[in-house]
Design a protein around this ligand. Structure first.
Ligand code: SAM
Length: 173
């Protein structure tokens, strides 16, 4: 079970990047996406709209007290993994991380509070250079290699060498 936490969402500046984080989380195995910062109904609706068209795999939730949310997950057996360029290179922890059943992957925003580093069980770097929460999350989930089941999709892609093939599952007899 993978939960992704996105810290410090700002409606005006982060709408696109937070929505990309949520789409990456959904596509690569997370079953829940929790964000803190500004509550953003448009963000939630856009992810739920993707879920209704492409299949249900992930819930989206807002937390107005992210430290409490993280403590609750930790107490119920989840391992907290914070992605940060200051952490230990992921290559050094792959086997341990892959063996976990329940985890919360935390990605930051413009400024990450110190207590996130201390509450986390692992502070993990995807390379020790600054880049993007979208890239860090995508690479981490790809390494973990877990895939979601997309339930009741209206649209299903038929992989194609030379174009777009999509079937309308909701129109099937
Ligand atoms: N100073 C930040 C840090 O601690 O990584 C960089 C801010 S970056 C705009 C926003 C988020 O992207 C970070 O909080 C982190 O979750 C993720 N991120 C950026 N570079 C990363 C890296 N090399 N490894 C892991 N995560 C990274």
């Amino acid at each position: 079970m993978i939960v992704v936490v996105r810290l410090g969402h700002r409606i005006v500046r982060d709408q696109r990047i937070t929505s990309h984080c949520a789409l990456v989380a959904r596509a690569f195995g997370a079953s829940k996406f929790i964000y803190s910062g500004d509550k953003d109904t448009a963000l939630e609706n856009s992810i739920r709209n993707v879920e209704s068209r492409w299949g249900q795999a992930m819930e989206i939730e807002y937390s107005d007290n992210i430290m409490k949310t993280l403590r609750n997950y930790k107490e119920s057996g989840y391992v907290l993994i914070h992605l940060t360029m200051y952490g230990i290179p992921v290559e050094e922890r792959i086997q341990t991380l892959k063996s976990l059943d329940k985890m919360v992957i935390i990605i930051g925003g413009s400024r990450v509070p110190r207590e996130i580093y201390t509450i986390s069980d692992y502070n993990i770097a995807i390379g020790n250079q600054p880049h993007s929460e979208v890239a860090a999350l995508g690479i981490m989930l790809h390494i973990l290699g877990k895939r979601a089941e997309f339930k009741n999709p209206k649209l299903i892609i038929i992989p194609s060498e030379n174009g777009k093939r999509v079937i309308r599952n909701d129109l099937k007899q």
